[in-house]
Design a protein around this ligand. Structure first.
Ligand code: ATP
Ligand code: MG
Ligand code: MG
Ligand code: MG
Length: 577
């Protein structure tokens, strides 16, 4: 493939775009790879789209190699499946919702668990059909609170999402491990540095989930690592809450066994311990659980327990979803102080801060509450809740915020904190979606069993930016060969037709050898401008055909290292290949 600069749809810019905060965004726009089309939405231009497709190809090859099969869903989806799993509401403001001309609700898919579950339910019915892994590479829509950094956080972006279906837990473990291996291969091939961190606190059980974070100071995730190899998203570092929380005169029941995605059964059990006199009803959404306490006098009180770390879910909304008419005002806080303990105890994770506690605590408790300290130091009182009423809660949290030097929960040494961008996420969903949408198959004994699932994502468009971010230098982009829009950039300088003839011949020779060549054949552009462009555009190898030709040489330069070599024309192709 030969790309000629004289006709390529490309304008490089001398100045940084005003709205670009990070180097990858600045450079991808300046080098003419992408253009902003909407808030959080970008148009891929020819060179950018080549990089995108290279990344996509690597992802696709590895997914195919592990035996996953590619399908493709629409992005415009009906409300019902998302209603059935609770996510129509739970997704909150991040979901793009719209109506068709008949007034029927739709959404633009932020991720497709529901649709894959229904597809498999539609076609499969036996354990013999499983295991199965399906994937797609598709446009996703999320109304992110803060679209930023160009492709790194868009409102419309490309994700590879896959879903595994197994009949039992051992099968799910295998599917999860296969995806983990595939992800390692993908990010290795892309040349992207990554750390695999647990995304959920292992100490509390719950489903397994890990993230592939690309370490970079511009990342929005904070993770910890210890010299002994412990790594975790800071959201997932378990904080030990001491047994003797000063709850004077209150029942000693604890919710300590609650896994971090609490099951409804655990919560009902906890509620029964705490309020033996009350009856219970319960409802569960996928990430959050609402237990409604029903007292002997008939009054009802919903207890909302949110999954920490998921700031996008808001407790009020969940409650409304579960029992819109039954939400009684929470007017007697003093009678039920343990509700607060229930929220804060085992639910508090490493990065606890006032905002998070506010989130975890029922908003009605927080209203009318004065925050006395709001401090965030391990071993200190994190906050005191003083309701207008006569109640004080002295919360003591051992490690309210993970600080550098804190011990790793597994004892593997002091923690170091770093920032990263989430490139991939693998997640054992278990049976929640299959249960909500009734995906069952017959097992060996002819009994109906609920399928267990995993879901796995890679940010394809985000990867383009992350690679640019990690490889660029002060002159411009520096693509690794695996994803570069072209293997080599041939620059013809000067006005001598012999130079252009030699450059053309060399380009053709390289193309014949199977390379993609970007050839700067522009006749009236100065060498200075051409070199600047070549540095900005970032092909891995830059070949200059210029004055040296008179002595029978050309220059071959490695864009990443800057190493230059004068090579006889006859050996030029060999030097580049
Ligand atoms: P983040 O923590 O960065 O918001 P996420 O946890 O919400 O990401 P997932 O739902 O796990 O993302 O989606 C799988 C992958 O999709 C992520 O690992 C990331 O690479 C990519 N991704 C998610 N949101 C965006 C976005 N707004 N723009 C670009 N890529 C995204
Ligand atoms: Mg997100
Ligand atoms: Mg995330
Ligand atoms: Mg994620």
């Amino acid at each position: 493939m030969l790309l000629r600069m004289s006709t390529l749809f490309l304008r490089t810019l001398r100045d940084d775009p005003a709205d670009a905060e990070v180097p990858s965004h600045r450079l991808l726009v300046r080098a003419g790879y992408i253009r902003r089309a909407a808030p959080g939405g970008f148009t891929w231009l020819p060179l950018g789209y080549r990089v995108f497709r290279n990344v996509e190809r690597v992802v696709r090859e590895e997914m195919d190699a592990m035996g996953a099969q590619e399908v493709h869903f629409p992005a415009l989806l009906p409300r019902e499946p998302y209603e059935a799993t609770g996510r129509w509401t739970e997704y909150g403001d991040n979901l793009f919702r719209l109506k068709d001309r008949r007034g029927v609700d739709h959404l633009l898919g932020p991720t497709h668990e529901e649709m894959f579950t229904l597809l498999v339910k539609d076609l499969y019915s036996s354990y013999k059909d499983l295991p199965l892994s399906l994937y797609q590479i598709q446009t996703k829509y999320r109304d992110e609170a803060r679209p930023r950094a160009g492709l790194l956080r868009g409102r419309e972006f490309t994700m590879k999402d896959s879903y595994s279906f197994d009949v039992d837990d051992a099968g799910l473990d295998r599917s999860y491990a296969a995806h983990r291996e595939a992800y390692i291969k993908i990010f290795d091939r892309l040349g992207l540095d990554y750390v695999i961190v647990s995304a959920m606190s292992g100490a509390m059980g719950g489903s397994k989930s890990e993230e592939f974070l690309h370490p970079t100071p511009i990342g929005e995730d904070t993770f910890v690592r210890s010299p002994g190899g412990y790594t975790a998203n800071v959201e997932a570092v378990t904080t030990v809450v001491p047994d003797e929380i000063p709850f004077d005169g209150l029942p000693a029941a604890h919710v300590e066994d609650t896994p971090d995605t609490p099951t409804i059964d655990t919560l009902v059990a906890v509620a029964q311990q705490l309020f033996p006199e009350a009856g219970y009803t319960a409802a569960s959404t996928l990430k959050n659980v609402v237990v409604t306490l029903v007292h002997p006098d008939g009054t009802r009180e919903p207890l909302v327990i949110g999954l920490p770390g998921d700031r996008e879910v808001d407790a009020k909304r969940l409650e409304a979803q579960v029992a819109p008419a039954e939400v009684a005002p929470f007017d007697d806080f003093a009678k039920h102080p343990l509700l607060v303990k229930g929220y804060i105890g085992p639910q508090v994770l490493g990065s606890t801060n006032e905002a998070k506690i506010r989130y975890l605590v029922d908003p009605r408790v927080v209203a009318g509450t004065r925050w006395i300290t709001g401090a965030n130091e391990p071993g200190k009182h994190v906050f005191d809740l003083v309701a207008g009423r006569d109640f004080t809660w002295d919360g003591v949290i051992e490690a309210a915020e993970v600080l550098p030097g804190d011990p790793a929960p597994d004892g593997s040494g002091p923690l170091e904190l770093a920032r990263g961008v989430e490139m991939g996420h693998i997640f054992q969903l278990g049976r929640k979606y299959a249960e909500a949408l009734d995906l069952k198959v017959l097992d060996e004994n002819g009994k109906l069993v609920t399928v267990t699932m995993g879901s796995y994502g890679v940010g394809v468009s985000r990867a383009v930016a992350a690679i640019a971010e990690s490889t660029h230098d002060e002159l411009g982009l520096v693509w690794p060969r695996a994803v570069a829009p072209a293997d080599v950039h041939v620059v013809a300088t000067g006005k001598d037709p012999a130079i252009f003839e030699a450059a053309e011949a060399l380009s053709q020779e390289l193309v014949t050898a199977g390379l993609t060549v970007l050839y700067d054949d522009r006749p009236k552009v100065s060498p200075g401008v051409k070199f600047k462009d070549a540095e900005l555009l970032g092909m891995p190898t830059i070949v200059t055909v210029g004055r040296g030709l008179a002595e029978g040489t050309i220059e071959v330069r490695d864009r990443a290292t800057g190493e230059r070599e004068e090579v006889p024309v006859a050996e030029a192709a060999a030097a580049v290949l």
